[in-house]
Design a protein around this ligand. Sequence first.
Ligand SMILES: *Cc1c(COP(=O)(O)O)cnc(C)c1O
Length: 347
Amino acid sequence: VWQCPCGGPFDLTFRPCPPLNLTGRPYTLWRYAEALPVSPEHRVTFDEGFTPLTPALMPAAADRKILLKQDHLFPTGSFKDRGAALLLSHAHELGVRSLLEDSSGNAGAAVAAYAARAGIACDVYVPESASPAKKAQIAAFGATVHAVPGPREAAADAARKAAGNTFFASHVWNPWFIHGTKTAAYEIWEQLGRKAPGTILAPTGNGTLLLGLHLGFRELVAGGLCGRMPVLIAVQTEAASGLARMWAEHLQSPPETPAASTIAEGIAVRRPARAVQIVEAVRSTSGRFLVVGEEDIRPAYHEACQAGWYIEPTSAVALAALPQLTPDLPDPVVIPLTGHGLKYTAD
Ligand SMILES: *Cc1c(COP(=O)(O)O)cnc(C)c1O
């Protein structure tokens, strides 16, 4: 069962048990064990996490204090490994033997790698248009790749149909995934000396990163470990800006829009399943949605590369939004680098 009968996604009622005693623990995302809803003996892990948080030093930063969270350095090259580590640990705990996932590429690669680590058979549904590097990476882990023609949603629909009799390891629908992505919040908090940053700018499609950041900081605040929430800013590309329109036009769900092509393939999601939660998360931190033009992504990508950051264009979407940062948004500003440049080698 992967979907509530109401049609919405499930969440966990899990509460972490503070105090978090971090002394002497290895620098992996598992150092926050009390906050992770899987038992230690079922962990499926490559000892991942605790990625560096490093000043950006690039012209677009101007006089702001911009810190980049280097999540492109995860084992499969994207932050999706955070979610896959928790989701596959949960699947392992349940004794799952085979599973499927749908993804534009990075979540599929992450789930395929952790499935390989756990010895679980894996099928991944990707849009035919996904980058060749991502499809090759998923296949290299031994997963079966189903390349589905048409827009991103066609792969999601095909996966949902196949999910009738297989464990659906969906990064969008399965709440364990978000309990994995929330470790980014715990790490940022610890790296800043047990404080929240002023603002976080996250490229947002299905919202698994944004919701993870929100959940993590909410837990830290609720546990008395952090004084306040950071302002969460969700950044979208014009080509897939359903959440931003929902926000601006006070809609109950993302509007129907035609499929548009974008180099930000990681966030080419028109109608995310957790749309209402994402808007609520942004609102509750006094955040907002920013939209960047498709023509602004490539220059931001090149500027990042020329400053030494090899990222995929989807990660550059948040950097492309830097000129839209208003003075009321407090420093330091954290931007997660979500995917590695080797995922995308076109130009
Ligand atoms: C998945 C992904 C995102 C966005 O994550 P969502 O959960 O869809 O909001 C951003 N960048 C990259 C590289 C990704 O793979």
